[in-house]
Write a protein that binds this ligand. Sequence first.
Ligand SMILES: [Zn+2]
Length: 434
Amino acid sequence: MHKRTLSSIFMAAAALALAACQTAPMFNPGNAPAVFQRFGANPAGQQPMQVVELQWQDPAQLAEAAHAGLDLFGAQPERRRARARITPEQEVLLRQLGISYQPSLEPNMDRATGLPNGYMTYAQMTTKLQAMAQQYPQLVTLEDVGDTYLKQTGRAPNHDIWAISITNKQTGQKPTLMLTAGVHARELAPVELVMKLAEELTSKYGQDPQITQLMDTREVVLLPMVNVDGRVEVEKGDTWKRKNMNTTRGDGVDLNRNFDAHWNFEGLDVPSSWKRGLLDPRGQTYSGSAAASEPETQAVQSMYRRKRINASMDIHAYGEMFFWPLGSRREPIPEVNQYRNVYQNTFARHGYKGGTSLELLYATSGTTDDYGYVRHGAFSMGSEVGTSFRPSYSEVEAMWQMTRPSWLGLIQAAGTLHKDTTGLSFQTHAHHGH
Ligand SMILES: [Zn+2]
């Protein structure tokens, strides 16, 4: 059904493109993707960009926009709405796809400089992590797990990617949950939430019975800021920066499309049009020159090889969603009932939507969360937290208070999930110690 809708969209788009663009060279209506490549080819920043609110009727329309490389965010699938930051040519694309849109505003983005009050910089985060390692040596292991692109190329000597592991070191190996944040530079809240969790787990150990029990029986590995180079650009004022700083081909690589799991939909039978955005070095979903080509991607992947990660979540912003694998396949994975169970006992309670990327939005590939599941058999989840890129710090505090039981629930779940098909039920023990 989607396929037919899609091809009729293509035909309409092709016809419109001919009418709209006098200079269309030797256009072959049977080769619709060529039309879309023109839109993706506009270097970001050279054209005026505008933020719009999209409204679609059919998920296939949203998928076409996403696969063409549109910078989409803040999706609300149940209302069939999302925001996008578009060029004038992408505006034409939206009209061709029949997606209605109106001018909108993403709060605190366009006239912002640096970080909003209350947020920590990369440098401050580093200091804080080092202080935790010093203050709680019985719980904390702090490791530099990789250099960023700019450090590797000699342009940012201090840009290390940190992993903080927290557990009672006196007890043996335990089920491990890994959380990653800051893969996309402009998404500010996830970094703060992960740092708050680190502070909570260290400072409340021995006092809060639930946290004490968790740290005696689980290990938590946190990478609070994966895309350090991009984040430092945000701190300098480039508030829209999403990708890393490898500008060899374009203006950065989308790390959340660069992972070595069905990279560029490899091994999957998908329409070639799905790869348009992935192949455009100027697009916000450019997947890089090869699977795991980026040092930041390699740093995360190496954690799966070095540690035995039972469960993981890659935390993004924004949209209040909870994802499980696979991002690109329609048939559910065998463990889907366990994922649903974790979701129901955690983020569903905050009103988050749950499902695969394909179910909630559109197909994705080469993502951080697919990687953990596909390559290492981990219970690998993803999330979109909050309702804006740059919430005020009091909103972050409220988000933390609301979601705290869910983060603790995920830690607990890491020890109860099983790679099998029986759909064993998950119990949060959320009331333990209260
Ligand atoms: Zn993101």
